[in-house]
Ligand binder design. Structure first.
Ligand code: ARG
Length: 463
């Protein structure tokens, strides 16, 4: 028989040591050590509460605080000896505390379980990652506003079905991206509200017989309030799923931006030049400049959506209350946060340096008869029914296709053969500038409205 493992949790209960492989299989310390500082923060607050209710003496509390501080420093400077024998971040820190300060260390876990402890740690961790992510989104938004303002008058084709549809301004297009990020931030803030509830006090599942002061701990840890039901507190991971869902939407948006950047920087579109620092070459083709950063962000979107799925599946059949399954929540969450932070950072750094090739954008906007709707609207303004106008424009476009000219390049005589209500002023609406300038309403693509939208957004960002 294998030797009894002295480190084993509740060792008195067991007559057999944990199988060596099972020990590795069940341990989480390799990854959950990322929450070490949150674990210490939670333990400090818990210890202060134990002092307040008279479970700890001030000497014991003092020793615990100092011991935890030492551990925090050991972890920060990389000298802490993590051990798989101690299974997870919580047991590693507690064991080290007892090493450092003796018996007082063994009292820290009074009225607490790793079940409410881990739920608290993840909430603290996600709360601070949400704040980091929100900051990065704001940085990206600021970059978008700067470029949108600079390119408020730059004309490019607007697409539907990836076919040239109507001319838009590049600034307007960038402001569409900005709007997606506004919603992303709102979703994160909303999710943060439900993250910021404190599970500590639920203990293993049923609460504790000590006269704990949960409001006090919640206040120390800056949670909005303690959770309402102990069973729910230790088993709930809705907040993790919500975070992954909000993260998946952010990545989906970045992936859409990426796709456009990849297309636009291709020789076929040739609308923009990505900064060299964000591209790489090919090992065999000397002429290549590949848009690696947007491609990689587009690629990374899949893993975040995958994490959302894995968290949903993790939870779907769990009976109340805590189950070991929940240890599987951490890696997807950490990777979701890391991927978001890295992708947003790459975008926020890259966007200010995007050069647009205005001439190419302009020529492309001219190519697909993008002012055909403007011609129809012109005819309607002059009294023609829209369906009839649609027909007239169809004929004009056919002539343009046959003679390889844009509508604005057809002569007045040519246009008048389709309708005699067309006069010289038609060229104002057929020109791309006239077309975009005429969409001068809230949410429209006119340069004036783009500038207003940028200004409004800047005010919004300050709040
Ligand atoms: N490492 C565990 C987790 O991540 C901590 C909680 C363990 N609780 C337990 N009763 N085994 O979920």
């Amino acid at each position: 028989m294998t030797q009894v493992n002295q480190d084993k949790l509740s060792s008195a209960r067991f007559s057999q040591a944990t199988d060596a492989f099972v020990e590795i299989f069940t341990a989480s310390v390799d990854f959950d050590q990322r929450m070490a500082q949150q674990d210490i923060q939670g333990s400090k607050a818990h210890a202060s509460m134990l002092l307040k209710i008279g479970v700890l003496t001030s000497q014991e509390h003092d020793d615990i605080s100092k011991g935890l501080e030492t551990i925090s420093q050991e972890i920060s400077n990389g000298t802490f000896a993590w051990s798989i024998k101690q299974e997870d971040v919580h047991m590693n820190i507690e064991a080290r505390l007892t090493d450092l300060i003796g018996t007082a260390g063994k009292k820290l876990h009074t009225g607490r379980s790793r079940n409410d402890q881990v739920a608290t740690d993840i909430r603290l961790y996600l709360r601070s990652e949400i704040d980091n992510i929100t900051g990065l989104i704001s940085r990206l938004q600021t970059a978008l506003l700067d470029v949108a303002e600079r390119e408020a008058e730059t004309i490019m084709p607007g697409f539907t079905h990836l076919q040239v549809a109507q001319p838009v301004t590049f600034g307007h297009h960038l402001m569409a991206w900005f709007e997606m990020l506004v919603r992303d931030k709102e979703r994160l803030q909303d999710c943060r509200k439900r993250i910021n509830i404190m599970p500590l006090g639920a203990a293993a599942l049923a609460g504790t017989s000590y006269p704990i002061d949960r409001d006090y701990v919640a206040e120390l840890l800056e949670f909005d309030r303690p959770s309402a039901n102990s069973l729910d507190s230790v088993s709930d991971r809705d907040f993790a799923i919500e975070f992954a869902a909000a993260g998946s939407l952010i990545m989906m948006h970045l992936s859409r931006f990426s796709e456009e950047l990849v297309l636009w920087s291709s020789a076929q579109f040739d609308f923009i030049e990505l900064p060299d620092a964000f591209c790489t070459g090919s090992s065999i083709m000397p002429q290549k400049k590949n848009p690696d950063v947007p491609e990689l962000v587009r690629g990374k979107t899949g893993r975040v959506t995958g994490h959302l799925m894995s968290l949903l599946m993790l939870m779907k059949s769990q009976p109340l209350a805590y189950n070991k399954d929940n240890q599987e929540d951490k890696e997807p969450l950490f990777d979701t946060a890391d991927t978001l932070i890295n992708s947003l950072r790459a975008f926020a750094d890259m966007i200010p340096h995007i050069q647009c090739k205005k001439d190419n954008m302009y020529q492309a906007a001219k190519q697909g008869f993008s002012t055909a709707t403007d011609l129809a609207d012109y005819l309607v303004r002059k009294g023609m029914a829209f369906r009839d106008a649609h027909e007239v424009v169809g004929l004009a476009v056919r002539l343009g296709v046959d003679t390889k000219r844009d509508l604005s390049e057809l002569t007045l005589e040519e246009l008048q053969q389709f309708s005699d209500i067309i006069t010289e002023d038609v060229y104002d609406v057929l020109a791309l500038e006239g077309s975009v300038a005429s969409r001068n309403h809230l949410g429209g693509t006119a340069p004036e409205k783009v500038r207003q939208a940028v200004q409004f957004a800047r005010e919004q960002l300050k709040r």
